[in-house]
Design a protein around this ligand. Sequence first.
Ligand code: ADP
Ligand code: MG
Ligand code: MG
Length: 202
Amino acid sequence: VMTAEQAVTWVEKTNALIQSNKEYLTELDQAIGDGDHGLNMSRGFQEAEAKVSSSEYETVGGVFKDTATVLMSKIGGASGPLYGTAFLKMSMFLRDKPSVTQADFAEAVEEALNGMKQRGKAEQGEKTMIDVWHPVADFLKNGQNVNAGKLVEVAEQAMEGTKDTVATKGRAAYLQDRSKGHIDPGSTSSFYLFQALADVWE
Ligand code: ADP
Ligand code: MG
Ligand code: MG
């Protein structure tokens, strides 16, 4: 079960990981993009944390709705609309639920994934953040033995897996074969998001 309070903590913990890995995200994006992913994410999540930790919420959906609005307006680039869509879809799915079970949450993540895929027109295997969201959504949906340690493992392996693939979506796609050998920046920020989730998971 996730409470509104835990949803706020999730955003806070994600922000903490993003802030302390801002330079690393920048380096990853310098290698195969335009070098702004650290800045984009740190600005977006700083504002999102400021918003949700200073507001009162009755529902998880409410927390996610505000998070979506902030991310969409504060993160520039490709990742803003994608993370914004993810939180918006989760908020819409959970909107009327006073309490959120693990099964509800799993479905919300599935909705987020589908929204992002539609928004970015990307499928799994194109060296984007989808490569992390997809296996995490599958893992959560599976329902059995969903524990924090395994969640981190699934997300981390998926992130590392992007190193061996060639980008066919996003800026890195311009590099074609030269995008190989680098971990995708958006997969890494998504990994931080799920690492933070594991921290609030029960
Ligand atoms: P920009 O590329 O506009 O500078 P960012 O650097 O903030 O934006 O984000 C780049 C990340 O966005 C990539 O590493 C990738 O994970 C993700 N991304 C880019 N395009 C897409 C897409 N079409 N679908 C899904 N994710 C994408
Ligand atoms: Mg960039
Ligand atoms: Mg950019």
